[in-house]
Design a protein around this ligand. Structure first.
Ligand SMILES: Cc1cc2nc3c(=O)[nH]c(=O)nc-3n(C[C@H](O)[C@H](O)[C@H](O)COP(=O)(O)O)c2cc1C
Length: 137
């Protein structure tokens, strides 16, 4: 059993080999999170207490900031990845970080020095993921 029971079903029964690699990476990340030199937690002040899906619906401006952080980390040769799994229990996170009750933590970004391959990333060709006007195969 890993620290996060909500992914236990996927650990026990990955859908295929690719999914298993992904689940293995998520579990590795969870087990080693405390080893990252820095854990940056992106928070938002909602001006009132919020919970559940509201947390993600109302704080869209946080994500472009996180993207900028990821780009800057990469440009400095640092590894960084957005994660949310450890933030599922907001009450616990609020207590751990001593956040005011109108705050929620949206994303935790471990930052560190890459230990493996850190070359250019592969992007799918735009034409294979975009459609014009409406969906078509
Ligand atoms: C919003 C969001 C939340 C994520 N949460 C997690 C997470 O909790 N744990 C995790 O291992 N990966 C999480 N990921 C995936 C990683 O950030 C990363 O994108 C993935 O490991 C692929 O990394 P790579 O593209 O550098 O290979 C999340 C990604 C996004 C966009």
């Amino acid at each position: 059993m890993h620290g996060a029971p909500y992914i236990q079903a996927e650990v026990d029964q990955p859908r295929n080999a690719k999914h298993k690699r992904l689940v293995d990476a998520v579990v590795w990340q969870m087990d080693h999170m405390h080893e990252a030199p820095a854990l940056i937690v992106a928070c938002y002040d909602y001006d009132e207490p919020v919970s559940g899906g509201e947390i993600y619906r109302k704080a869209g401006s946080v994500w472009p900031g996180i993207q900028n952080l990821l780009l800057m980390a990469r440009s400095l040769g640092l590894g960084a990845a957005p994660t949310t799994l450890a933030l599922r229990d907001q009450a616990l996170v609020r207590t751990a970080l001593d956040l005011p009750e109108t705050f929620a933590a949206l994303c935790m970004i471990p930052v560190g020095y890459p230990s493996g391959r850190f070359g250019p990333v592969v992007r799918k060709p735009t034409a294979s993921i975009m459609r014009f006007d409406r969906w078509s195969e």
